[in-house]
Design a protein around this ligand. Structure first.
Ligand SMILES: [Zn+2]
Ligand SMILES: [Zn+2]
Length: 252
């Protein structure tokens, strides 16, 4: 059996202990696609740093090499926020910058992958006060823990997991525009009661977490039948694309 893609979990420094919980949450979603899950091994890269992720520049300063560490992505998003006069006031970093850097990551061309990128920094998008996360279908998911941490630095793990699974759900195409029972609300979202792929405009996913845990208790999936059906179609399309590429390689 060949792997179609790796799912890489990246965690900013200080969040390493969260990685196994992230893995559990992703495995839980993938378990509803039993015929596909083995094609997508989930690997914890943690606070990823490649060899040679730092170098000395001409002025003798140590600099981060582009795309070679999680630190580089964070530093870029921070700098963007500083340039926009935001970091100084809010400590937030730019999700727009993170997205464009993840999209242009040259490694995605050589190592088929989906990245699940978890930061402790609060995120903002252009024109928005904050955002919990963002996903690009078939590419990556970004989630911040910042809004789930209380004043004692304690993480509300279950609420965080709901948002993480929700963003991962977008990554695997669960809320396709052409699907039934969806609405456009900051992206396409499911409208089915109790499904974690619904949107919450106030950023409060507590009711969806409650519903998710209740469903889990009775061994029901966190996502609805429409989402599961759409996910299956997504995985079939992935497999077809994969087979096409590899048949092409064989006949060359
Ligand atoms: Zn969403
Ligand atoms: Zn749904």
């Amino acid at each position: 059996m060949s792997e179609v893609r790796n799912i890489f979990i990246l965690c900013e420094e200080g969040l390493e202990a969260l990685a196994p919980h992230i893995k559990d949450a992703l495995e839980e979603v993938m378990s509803y696609f039993p015929e596909h899950k083995d094609d997508y091994p989930i690997k914890i890269l943690g606070n990823w740093k490649n060899k040679g992720y730092k170098r000395i520049n001409e002025e003798g300063h140590e600099v981060l090499v582009p795309y070679e560490s999680m630190d580089w992505y964070i530093a870029r998003a921070k700098r963007c926020s500083k340039n926009e006069g935001r970091f100084q006031k809010t400590g937030q970093i730019s999700i727009n910058q993170l997205c464009s850097d993840l999209i242009s990551d040259p490694y995605t061309k050589t190592i088929p992958q989906w990245s699940v990128f978890v930061t402790k920094h609060d995120l903002y998008a252009t024109g928005m006060n904050y955002c919990l996360g963002f996903s690009q279908e078939n590419k990556f998911a970004i989630v911040s823990t910042a809004r789930f941490v209380d004043e004692n630095n304690k993480l509300d793990l279950e609420n965080f997991k709901t948002v993480l699974m929700h963003e991962f759900g977008h990554l695997i195409g669960l809320t396709n525009k052409k699907r039934v029972h969806t609405q456009e609300l900051l992206g396409t979202h499911c409208t089915n009661e109790g499904c974690i792929m619904q949107q919450r405009m106030n950023g409060d996913f507590t009711d969806l977490t409650r519903a998710r845990l209740k469903r889990k208790h009775s061994e029901a999936p966190p996502i609805c039948d429409d989402c599961i059906r759409e996910g299956r179609k997504f995985f079939v399309r992935q497999k077809l694309a994969y087979n096409l590429i590899h048949e092409g390689e064989l006949s060359r």
